[in-house]
Write a new protein. Structure first.
Length: 280
C-alpha cells in the first residue's frame, strides 16, 4: 500500500499523545523511526489500549505500539524484540515505612490487571491483598488511604508522580519487564522487518535517546528484587554474556529462555543497551 498503519492510543503520555501541534512521545518517535527505516509514510490508527490487538488481527492496522508486554494473552498476534526494558515501581505515600516488596505482606496493593505483575508480587510477597484496576485511580486511592502501595510500570509512575507530590517511589528496581511491538501472527515477514529495524535502532542508540528524552533515565541497578541484570555491549552474543556473567558459555540457551519475552525466538536478537536478566 505504500504506508505503515500503526494502531496506538493517542491519549497515553509520555509515550504517545496528540496535541494541537501534532503528535509526540516516546512511542510516536519509535513509530516514526520504524516507518522511516522501512521507507514508507506512517499512518496512525487511533484506538484505545484494549482494542490494539483487534486493530491488528482485523487488518485495520499492520502493527500496534502501546506499552504492550508479551505476557498479555491476546490471540492471533506476535510480539517483537523488546524496544524498552523497564521495571515495576513500588509507589507509597511519602510517610510510609514500606521500603520493598516483602514489607507489603498482608497489606492492600493496587496493580494494573496484567498477568505479568501477579507472579512477581507473589514470588516476593506471598500473602497480600491485591486490588486490580482497569482504569485510572491508582494514585488517588493511594493518597486517600484506600491502598498501602501501588505497583506500577516505572515510566508511567514517574510521569504520574509529578502530579502527586504526596507519593514517592520506594523501589524502582523490582524486575525487568518489556514493551514490544504487536504484529499479526499471520505476517512473519513484517515481524522480521520490525525486529531488524529495532535491533538497528538499538545499536544506533536511538532507543536510548528516545527513552532519555521522554521517560527520563531509568534505574541503572544491576541487581533487582528478582535477580541480576546485565547490559548488552556491542558485539555481545548470548554465549559471550553467559561466559562473562555465569562462567559458562554453554548456558546461552538458559539465558535465552529467561529472556524469551525480550528476544522472542531469536537468540541473536540482541542490541547494545538491551537489559537482560541473568538470574538470582
Amino acid at each position: 500500500r505504500g504506508e505503515l498503519r500503526v494502531a496506538a492510543d493517542p491519549d497515553a503520555p509520555p509515550f504517545f499523545s496528540a496535541t494541537d501541534g501534532g503528535q509526540e512521545g516516546f512511542e510516536y518517535g519509535l513509530m516514526s523511526a520504524i516507518a522511516a527505516e522501512i521507507g514508507v509514510p506512517l499512518k496512525l490508527v487511533s484506538t484505545d489500549f484494549g482494542n490494539l490487538p483487534t486493530a491488528v488481527t482485523s487488518g485495520a492496522a499492520d502493527l500496534a505500539i502501546g506499552q504492550v508486554s508479551p505476557a498479555t494473552h491476546w490471540p492471533g498476534v506476535s510480539y517483537s524484540v523488546s524496544y524498552l526494558q523497564y521495571s515495576l515501581c513500588l509507589v507509597v505515600p511519602q510517610k510510609s515505612k514500606v521500603a520493598r516488596l516483602p514489607d507489603l505482606v498482608g497489606k492492600k496493593v493496587g496493580t494494573w490487571d496484567d498477568p505479568a505483575v501477579d507472579p512477581v508480587l507473589r514470588s516476593s510477597i506471598g500473602a497480600y491483598v491485591q486490588l486490580t484496576f482497569t482504569d485510572d485511580g491508582y494514585f488517588e486511592s493511594l493518597e486517600h488511604g484506600d491502598l498501602d502501595a501501588v505497583v506500577y510500570d516505572c515510566p508511567l509512575a514517574r510521569y504520574e508522580l509529578a502530579k502527586h507530590p504526596k507519593l514517592r517511589i520506594a523501589d524502582d528496581a523490582i524486575n525487568v519487564a518489556t514493551y514490544s511491538v504487536v504484529t499479526n501472527a499471520q505476517d512473519p515477514v513484517l515481524l522480521a522487518d520490525v525486529n531488524r529495524v529495532l535491533r538497528k535502532l538499538g545499536d544506533q542508540g536511538l532507543l536510548a535517546k528516545l527513552e532519555e528524552r521522554w521517560l527520563g533515565k531509568g534505574s541503572a541497578a544491576t541487581t533487582t528484587a528478582t535477580g541480576k541484570v546485565t547490559i548488552v555491549q556491542h558485539g555481545d552474543t548470548l554465549a559471550t554474556i553467559a561466559q562473562r556473567e555465569l562462567g559458562d558459555a554453554s548456558k546461552a540457551a538458559e539465558l535465552h529462555d529467561r529472556n524469551r519475552d525480550l528476544l522472542g525466538d531469536d537468540p541473536n536478537a540482541l542490541y547494545a543497551g538491551l537489559r537482560l536478566r541473568i538470574g538470582p
